[in-house]
Design a protein. Sequence first.
Length: 185
Amino acid sequence: MNIDFVARKVELNDQIRQLTRKKLAKVEKYFNQILEVRAEFSQERHLHQVELYIKGKDFDARATAQHKDLRSAIQEAVDRLENQAMKAKTRLKNQRGKKRTAGSTAPPDWSLDVIEPESIGSGTPRIVTTKTISVKPMTIDEAVLQLEDSSNDFIVFLNAASGKVNVLYRRRDNNLGLITPELST
């Protein structure tokens, strides 16, 4: 884990840096992927202030603590950061779990039409399969989470904000695209 240390009005020695790394190592288990870690230390008169920030793939966490002793301030900030990360991780698991169970309660209605082999030779494109998909109201963020959890390349959903049917699809460059219909006049 690469930590950016920032010191304001306080001198950081290697012991404090090692202690911070050691304490933050126990918070690392709550993140799937850590993108950025920053530890800021400052001193105002007799109080040491420690601000810790971790930016993860799924969520961010920030904690601040003040104490007369710098080591105690670090411990307090790490404890707060760990509590935040633990709550965010369980919240994320619960959201994903609800979506999986909500989707599995009613099996989708997939109808399939088969075209006779004799009709294929004409060279004009024809509809080979027809699928009926149940459209659920959800936000774009919820649709992104559900698409990441599924093996499909697209998801059709009712946008809760606009009330319109949208299609969220996975592009070849692993980014996502959103199709929003608009009536043309």
